[in-house]
Design a protein around this ligand. Structure first.
Ligand code: FMN
Length: 230
């Protein structure tokens, strides 16, 4: 990563300019909405393999995300190795046991009840790939100097949203799994202490009998999430 002082401001003509006629723009927006309504977090996976190149392209798409000062404060670990997936599952289930035994608190557990989640996490070994998303609290230059990152949770959240959308676009499904806490992932995946694991995304094809919680289909209507000032 470059450092302040190593690069200076230089303007380029906007690449890839697009300007659709309004009606085409509306159609594109509505088509995308219909497409995104078909994205579902999935907890049951088929054993069918997914080529590594597909996972790499989805992660490259995530890497195009905007970020504070363009520092791109993220790292993604993609795991297909069955032994490593089994170790991640065992460690995650250990955290989940403490979480569901009371660590979460009553209100959180009540909120999770309609989602139907519990201690057992078979998706961590059934899915052909796990992608672990890390947020870099600070960065390090090639010569080992530390630099500050800005808006890290916002930037990593946007990149993860792009990743989830890319996975959906590739005809795959995933789950946003957040065992709490997750520092065991730093040790297992050899990532430095300044990187915070924020999410595990099992990625693959849904099992033939996959289900989704009915409550997940209840999205807030537009008038509840939008204030318009035309
Ligand atoms: C930050 C975040 C953390 C989540 N953590 C978990 C989790 O640990 N386990 C789980 O089963 N689902 C988890 N989910 C998935 C949500 O339950 C799911 O997104 C929600 O029920 C809506 O369903 P949908 O994604 O199919 O629209 C998480 C989602 C987000 C965005």
């Amino acid at each position: 990563m470059y450092r302040k002082g190593e690069v200076s401001y230089q303007a380029l003509p906007l690449p890839d300019r697009v300007q659709l006629p309004p009606e085409e723009s509306l159609r594109a927006a509505q088509d995308f909405l219909a497409y995104m309504r078909k994205r579902h977090s999935v907890r049951q996976y088929a054993p069918d393999p997914v080529p590594q190149a597909v996972i790499a392209a989805c992660i490259a798409a995530a890497g195009t995300a905007p970020s504070g000062a363009n520092h791109q404060p993220w790292h993604f670990a993609a795991i297909a190795d069955p032994g490593m997936k089994a170790r991640i599952r065992a460690a995650a289930e250990e955290e989940e046991r403490a979480f569901y035994a009371g660590g979460a608190g009553d209100e959180w557990l009540a909120a999770l009840e309609p989602i139907g989640t519990g201690v057992s996490k078979p998706h961590l070994t059934d899915a052909p790939w796990l992608i672990v998303v890390f947020a870099q609290r600070w960065g390090t230059t090639e010569d080992g100097q530390r630099y500050k990152n800005y808006y890290v949770p916002e930037s990593v959240g946007i990149a993860t949203g792009v990743l989830i959308t890319a996975i959906h676009h590739a005809g795959l499904v995933c789950l946003e799994h957040t065992p709490n806490p997750m520092p065991f992932l730093n040790n297992m995946l050899g990532r430095p202490a300044q990187e915070k694991p924020v999410m595990i995304l099992p990625v693959g094809y849904p099992a033939a009998d996959a289900t989704v919680p009915a409550v997940a289909k209840r999205k807030k209507p537009l008038d509840q999430i939008l204030s318009l000032f035309p």
